[in-house]
Ligand binder design. Structure first.
Ligand SMILES: [Zn+2]
Ligand SMILES: [Zn+2]
Length: 272
């Protein structure tokens, strides 16, 4: 039995295909899927999709990239509060297992729906406000936490340290974790999980990093529709089986050992 801890079934690529994709996942032994939100709308959609399947669950949050929408509407002073309240309103749903994905992202996306996308300090500062408030929501509602960091490890670690709560131990994941020793060190010290994706198939730095991550804190994720192990688009949750095989090779373990332990870890992460 395998667990895809991060799969965007709520993205347009998968519209009208949820039944087929989940069926193919089950046939490959991937029985559990968590669908993270990236905006209020995609969070609501994640919940709707999760309701259709017994072992599909949702996470809700505004992704740092999409905080740009709020930067664009900077004339609206209530924007921050209103957006956080909208996310909070979803947290009582029994299908919602986590707040996520929330974080800091300094990557300069070339392909984005935002016309004047720029990574400026005002934008980063707003990302930090949202991250901090969304961490608090996870603690307040007893939910797990899916964290996204891209090219911002120092300030990301600082902010998470500052707002850390022991209730988040073994309930938090550094999803698609960058191969940085500081992130691993923080995860070990504070009892967080590390998410590994399909790019482990072809990225030597990730392979070296995953060799060092103890199996006790490792969870598998596809980040579908992105990051296919064969670099094709779209990725699918069934490919968790391929990631498990790569992790087993890297760590000198059997696929069965990796499957069993990472599924156990993921269930612990999401309290399932
Ligand atoms: Zn992410
Ligand atoms: Zn994601």
């Amino acid at each position: 039995m395998l667990f895809d801890t991060h799969c965007h079934l709520n993205f347009k690529t998968f519209d009208n295909q949820h039944e087929d994709v989940v069926k193919r996942a089950c046939e490959a032994g991937v029985n559990y899927i968590v669908v993270p939100g990236t905006s209020y709308e995609s969070s609501k959609k994640a919940i709707d999709i999760a309701r259709g399947f017994e072992r599909v669950y949702a996470a809700v949050a505004i992704h740092p990239h999409h905080i740009f929408e709020i930067v664009e509407n900077r004339n609206d002073p209530d924007g921050i509060k209103a957006n956080l309240e909208k996310i909070e309103s979803l947290l009582d749903d029994p299908k919602v297992v986590a707040v996520g994905e929330a974080g800091i992202d300094r990557h300069m996306y070339r392909k984005t729906k935002y016309r004047d996308y720029k990574v400026e300090e005002e934008f980063i500062s707003l990302q930090k406000t949202f991250l901090q408030e969304q961490v608090k929501l996870a603690v307040k509602y007893g939910k797990s936490l899916i964290l996204h960091n891209r090219e911002a490890k120092k300030e990301f670690i600082e902010l998470i340290s500052e707002h850390w709560d022991s209730k988040l131990e073994y309930r938090t994941v550094f999803h698609c974790c960058e191969p940085e020793p500081e992130l691993l060190e923080f995860a070990r010290a504070h009892k967080l999980f590390i998410g590994v994706d399909g790019d482990v198939a072809y990225t030597p730095e990730k392979q070296e990093f995953i060799r060092k991550v103890p199996l006790d804190i490792l969870v598998l994720e596809t980040d579908s529709p992105f990051l296919s192990p064969d670099r094709k688009f779209p990725n699918e949750p069934k490919n968790i089986a391929i990631i498990a095989r790569h992790v087993a090779d890297i760590k000198g373990l059997t696929v069965n050992e990796v499957s069993k332990k990472t599924t156990e870890n993921a269930k612990k992460l999401f309290s399932l």
